[in-house]
Design a protein around this ligand. Structure first.
Ligand code: PGA
Length: 265
């Protein structure tokens, strides 16, 4: 468990390592999921939970592969609408029907590629709750905002705009993913991550109250790999990782998870 301190209270939070396959993976990639399942069965990491978010086309088959394994299944985006004339969109209800228990909303690639605003991300998080899914709400500053020292202001505004008032720790996860760190091999320093995650928990406390904020998982994402996981994942107020590229290979993902093995946290 990782200990988060808020308002003088101490909360134990079980870390989560979530993989985001993005627009990668055909049927053959399910062998990586099966390998991860088998590896975790043979050498469990009970200190942390694992989740994989494959593309929507693989959800049903991934659900079969992961059945009974304890590895959670998530999706990468959802429509704010429950159904209707929205060609090509996928509702949170459909994701739940396919076996997902969580959905990523507001990933920076969607904010950038599809112009998603905080208001849309907020609506998608509400759609996730409506369908009984956990919302993994992503926030993060661009390289320019980072260089100009605007990180904390940007994150505060994204949190205020994207996280619904009714967000609860049991059904909401916040992922901090600096845009400039995604897929680049660059990462903030552990003290920078500590400062940002501390701010995120403080802002969530102001928005949702200390007890929800103190129990909420805050993930770090952006170029997490086996070689840097130990440095990034034991930072105060970091309760796991959102992993892109390194989640595509079972071996890399397992190695990231295994930093928690025997850690006694
Ligand atoms: P990365 O992606 O691990 O490949 O940097 C992280 C993410 O975008 O979730």
């Amino acid at each position: 468990m990782v200990i988060a301190r808020i308002g003088g209270r101490v909360t134990r939070i079980k870390p989560l390592v979530a993989g985001n396959w993005k627009m990668n993976g055909l049927g053959g990639s399910l062998s990586e999921l099966a390998a991860l399942r088998d590896h975790l069965a043979a050498s469990p990491v009970p200190e942390a939970d694992a989740m994989m978010c494959p593309p929507a086309t693989l959800l049903t088959r991934a659900h079969e592969v992961l059945s009974g394994s304890g590895i959670l299944l998530g999706a990468q985006d959802c429509s704010p609408h429950p159904s209707g004339a929205h060609t090509g969109d996928i509702s949170a209800e459909m994701l739940a029907d396919a076996g997902a228990t969580a959905v990523i909303v507001g990933h920076s690639e969607r904010r950038h590629d599809h112009g998603e605003t905080d208001a849309e991300v907020h609506a998608k998080a509400l759609a996730a709750y409506r369908a009984g899914l956990t919302a993994i709400i992503c926030i993060g500053e661009t390289e320019e905002q980072y260089r100009e020292g605007h990180t904390l202001d940007v994150l505060r505004s994204q949190l205020e705009g994207s996280v619904p008032e009714g967000a609860r720790a049991g059904t909401t996860i916040v992922a901090y993913e600096p845009v400039w760190a995604i897929g680049t091999g660059l990462t903030p320093t552990p003290p920078e991550v500590a400062q940002v995650h501390g701010l995120i928990r403080t802002v969530l406390g102001q928005m949702l109250g200390d007890s929800e904020a103190g129990a909420m998982r805050l993930l770090y994402g952006g170029s997490v790999k086996p070689s840097n996981a130990a440095d990034l994942l034991f930072v105060p107020d970091v309760n796991g990782a959102l992993v892109g590229g390194a989640s595509l290979k079972a071996k890399d993902f397992y190695e990231i998870m295994s930093v928690y093995a025997g850690s006694g946290i």
